[in-house]
Design a protein. Structure first.
Length: 131
């Protein structure tokens, strides 16, 4: 039989709890497959922004994307190009990064930068500069 005193854990401070639960910032790693998915998402966003700018700057490119589904204008073509770029980059990145541990901070920074390119490219005052 165990006594009650043996079952009670010693009281820890909040700082000790936080130190025990939080991993060190330098040891946080992102799995390569997860990093590939995050980066591919950023690539798809960046490609969408670039395609929006190119569509507004070049009437021939706009006409090409309109052929995907003419009632929708160039938007279905833009979405198709961005989706295909995201899928292709996901496949390539997955095969090249699988089994590797990468810095989670670096992956997030690159992903957010790529998403920023996509948002900037779809912002009308920006793409009006190229008309």
């Amino acid at each position: 039989m165990s006594t009650v005193d043996e079952q009670i854990e010693p009281v820890r401070t909040r700082e000790e709890d936080a130190d025990a639960m939080a991993p060190a910032a330098s040891t946080v790693a992102t799995d390569g497959a997860v990093a590939a998915a995050l980066l591919a998402t950023g690539v798809a966003c960046a490609v969408m922004g670039i395609v929006v700018v190119a569509t507004n700057a070049d009437p021939a490119f706009r006409a090409l994307l309109t052929r995907v589904w003419s009632p929708g204008g160039p938007l279905p073509g833009k979405a198709l190009v961005a989706t295909l770029a995201g899928l292709a980059s996901w496949i390539v990145l997955h095969w090249s990064l699988r089994g590797r541990g990468l810095s989670g901070t670096l992956v997030r920074r690159i992903t957010f930068a790529l998403i920023g390119v996509g948002v900037l490219g779809t912002f009308p005052p920006f793409y009006y500069l190229f008309l």
